[in-house]
Design a protein around this ligand. Structure first.
Ligand SMILES: NC(=O)c1ccc[n+]([C@@H]2O[C@H](COP(=O)([O-])OP(=O)(O)OC[C@H]3O[C@@H](n4cnc5c(N)ncnc54)[C@H](OP(=O)(O)O)[C@@H]3O)[C@@H](O)[C@H]2O)c1
Length: 100
């Protein structure tokens, strides 16, 4: 059965792979991430899958409102939420700043 799936950070890495997997299984996928450039590249890579990419920073209230409004208006429900967006700091503790 077709599910409505929201994947944050679907324009690269693990998120992009998840978008590809859910789309190939016939689900309706929506993804949100910041860079229009990365979204364009992801769409080129995926081809015409029908995945809906929304640009915005998911840490911001206005983006979360925009995304939930879109899902509510278009589908009326959400079946799966994958909160994948994030950044990873790689390296030893000695190279990280306090705020990292
Ligand atoms: N790769 C690793 O070794 C590793 C290890 C542990 C945990 N993780 C976690 O696993 C997740 C995926 O990792 P990955 O390596 O696949 O990352 P990635 O390739 O850098 O992809 C991250 C995705 O999240 C988006 N993103 C980042 N911040 C965002 C924000 N504030 N709002 C909306 N979208 C945002 C990025 O696009 P934009 O930059 O355009 O927004 C991109 O689409 C991350 O949460 C990461 O922290 C990764």
């Amino acid at each position: 059965m077709k599910k409505i799936v929201l994947i944050t950070g679907g324009s690269s890495g693990l998120g992009l792979q998840l978008v590809q997997d859910f789309v190939s299984e016939g689900h309706e996928v929506i993804s949100v991430s910041r860079s229009e450039e990365k979204i364009k590249k992801a769409i080129e890579k995926l081809g015409s899958t029908g995945c809906k990419f929304i640009s915005g920073d998911i840490s911001k209230d206005d983006t979360r409102e925009k995304v939930s409004e879109f899902v509510r208006d278009k589908y009326g429900k959400l079946d799966v939420l994958i909160n994948n967006a994030g950044i990873t700091y790689l390296g030893g503790i000695e190279v990280l700043e306090n705020n990292e």
